[in-house]
Design a protein around this ligand. Sequence first.
Ligand code: SAM
Ligand code: SF4
Length: 419
Amino acid sequence: MAFLGARARCSAAAAAKVAQRRRLAEDARGPPSPPGSQRAALYVHWPYCEKRCSYCNFNKYIPRGVDEAAVRRCLVTEAQTLLRLSGVRRVESVFFGGGTPSLASPHTVAAVLEAVAQATHLPADSEVTLEANPTSAPGSRLAAFRAAGVNRLSIGLQSLDDTELQLLGRTHSASDALQTLAEARRLFPGCVSVDLMLGLPAQQVGPWLGQLRELLRRCDDHVSLYQLSLERGTALFTQVQQGTLPAPDPELAAEMYQEGRAVLREAGFRQYEVSNFARNGALSTHNWTYWQCGQYLGVGPGAHGRFVPQGAGSHTREARIQTLEPDNWMKEVMLFGHGTRKRVPLGELELLEEVLAMGLRTDVGITHQGASVFVGGSGCAGLSVAGSAVSAPRHLAAENPLPCARRITACPVSQDTAR
Ligand SMILES: C[S@@+](CC[C@H](N)C(=O)[O-])C[C@H]1O[C@@H](n2cnc3c(N)ncnc32)[C@H](O)[C@@H]1O
Ligand code: SF4
């Protein structure tokens, strides 16, 4: 694509410098961990894709060309603005999602991380994930992302059957996906996740389990299983509606899910969330922050965030949604420093809904961490407070305190990936 030009190829050196600066900053010892209300996760949305997949209704665009330098400037500006508004002093994870962020140049990733590290404390061991599509992520690009500061990859593999991949409108084959997975594991050992879909039209339980078993011979320590959600407005939805494809069978999907869970359990994976499985402690700390109702900032077109704008003197947790369409979002960022389209202050009922809906997705259930949104209005910002005493609101407090979330070992970072 147009925006993957010479700039991307010459960005590795700049990215390495950023990584070096972050390492030096850490050597100089960061400040002690601030309270949960001053910690957050940061999501960065890259809204562009090479091609529209037949099932996807995420906020993504297929551009003719992208002025990447302008997008980069806007991502950096919006990150700076939202960090200032939030009063956050420590960012514990960054997640580059999309769209297809592996189409962005590593230089853009490095620039955002550098802006975050300048505005707040970004510990060297913070989890920095990038979603990668197999065809846009050959080994050399993955290495450049690593030099830019990424230390975890989430690969959209979706299926190991070429016919299914075609049905899904993917640009890669099963063998492309496995090759990317092998390269990713070499570069990010212990920190590679894969997405596998289930419940596709005409998909049968036995062959799908065969794919999962094949994947288990090749994968690392994190797997996400996503049941196809047939979304109105997608090509797949239309095909099913017009009868050119059979509707996915929910009973078969349920069977795949149940059998898949058992296979993953036998392989030593802990199901820590409805769709997410990890072994050797390789849970996604970023996503865990969402499920524990921690604070998170959302940067980029259509990104969502939930935090207390303490920097603006507020004590109320807000849901914030950024403008969806990239060109409009950029105009707003250039005018106002951010492209926030909607702010919703969250009352007790909404907070309770969040605590219940998020907590019930996890294997630890409703915890004090989640309930703390009632106390400071900000929730727990991540894993490092797990096990610490966070008081529950009086009307939720039990005589025997609820078990706190288990402490999760941070994703191991090998010597040469350490920033
Ligand atoms: C939005 S995608 C972004 C990652 C990347 N662009 C990719 O396609 O691999 C994140 C994941 O969401 C899942 N996903 C997207 N649309 C879905 C749908 N309609 N039903 C189920 N899972 C879906 C896919 O497994 C995908 O890997
Ligand atoms: S599934 Fe991923 S690559 Fe496909 S259109 Fe959606 S965001 Fe883009």
